[in-house]
Ligand binder design. Sequence first.
Ligand code: GLC
Ligand code: CA
Length: 584
Amino acid sequence: MSLSSPRFSILHSFLIMLCCSVITAKSVAQSNTNDSIPNRKWWKEAVVYQIYPRSFKDANGDGIGDLKGIISKLDYIKSLGVTAVWLNPIYSSPNDDNGYDVSDYRNIMSDFGTMADFDALLKGMHDRGIKLVMDLVVNHSSDEHEWFQQSRSSRTSPYREYYHWWPAENGKPPYRYSLFDVNHDAWMYDKTTNAYYLHYFSRKQPDLNWENPKLRQEIYDMMKYWADKGIDGFRMDAFQFARKDTTWPTFPKGYEKNFGQYYYMVPGLHGYLQEMNREVLSKYDLMTVAEGAGNTYEDAHDMVDADRHELDMAYAFDGIDVAKSTGYSVLKFKQVFSKWDSVFAEKGWLSIFLANHDQARLVSRFGNDRPEFRALSSKMLSTFLMTMRGTPYYYNGDELGMNNPGFTKIEQYRDKATLNEYQYQQNHGADMPAYLKEIAFSSRDNGRTPFQWDDSKNAGFTNGTPWIEVNPDYKTINAAAQEKDPNSCLNYFRKLTKLRKDNLALVYGKYTLLDKNNPNVYAYTRELSGKKVLVMLNFTGKTAAVSTPFGSSNANPLLCNYGDSAKTVKTELRPYEAVVYLLN
Ligand code: GLC
Ligand code: CA
């Protein structure tokens, strides 16, 4: 979701909605310098692997991924070299939005298993040194949550103020745009109490009323319940929407084209975060990241400035928003990432990501998924993600270079946001073939097809009928085949996680952009305690020149996605080439 300034591509997505062998990673000698790194934290050094449980591995043959499935793959996850897992929501849910509509925050979705499965999963991760970050969906609940059932039952219910209601005798409420509603209308009339309730997302996702201290306390208690179980962090879903101006002013006509200016981080939100920090976060060693980073760099920075005691790291969408179905500018991409890095150069911390469960596949969107370039460009992008400052969030399946499935019919889609928007477009006379083309690029379902384990039926994801079609390319693109190939994307990714782990310069080191105006190549150094790592990435399918202050001086090659090891700094890169050197 695009929750940061000043673009809103989740909205867009919804609306239009070698290779390489690898040179052994050498570590920057750092043993005697680590002590001098200020504010070292496990979550800064983590590589977070995002698992979409519904599509990862189905253990019981019902076609839906589950916790036992994840447990069966823990050794695989460990083998990647990742150190933390972010799990999309696994709480009880009627699945209007695949778990982002929670009906019981203290239970496990029946599709996914039981609390005993959860406990086993958490233990299995911790036994392997992997931390677990849970999704926390508290901007809204499901309409099937007990609180909402009570709230809608009567105007005098003690739960009434857990949600936002507008009495119908006051006329129609001022228009609020909804991201998922089939009419884009966030107010839903409910006849039991003759009132409208607010839902920024789907009708089955009523917004919780954070103004109500009782509601906030319920949430904090629930967070403690999970923290006491021993989880290691929270990813806070859509949290920058949590605060509303409950005087309900009328917004200017057409505001929905820029709704973030009105919806994100309404004054008072930082106060909620500080209270949450006091009540819960400060009492545990929890890592926290909120989806979205506000409308301004200041907002983003304030949210994760350690002195303010709010959250740990910002998750900004400007970078991911650069790429559209029409392509993107590498110069713009470099500018955006360089700017965000500069904002956090002294204080605060950033997430680095280019894909997640709300986006197209990494290689289809930012690379080139044609057969001759798929693996190369996928490795190049992974090299970027693993060599920037900030904590990398890496989406499951990207380590195989999985790509968009190329759906051509609306029947192939499952995502409510996509289906409702399709309906909306149809109702408004849009060019539907063009819309279908657009969603083949941008729909969230592109990133949600089942994980491709092997070349057996359904890619080894399930013995049953998968809830969403498997990408037909699984016969060639799958984990089992890549295990056997030392030059596969999978094995390259393992080299990358090791490279990052062995070189703290890649985590904490100063970032310096080189060859700034080069429209094809992204080159930068990362520098810590006198050790300098040089990264050069060709973002195009053509040979490209690159000019750095190092000319063609001697250097130690650490990694190259073509598998060779030039001992001098290159001045020309092959198509989608990625090289990493230790300078000195
Ligand atoms: C976030 C989630 C997305 C979900 C929405 C509503 O953007 O990442 O998947 O649909 O919030 O909870
Ligand atoms: Ca299952």
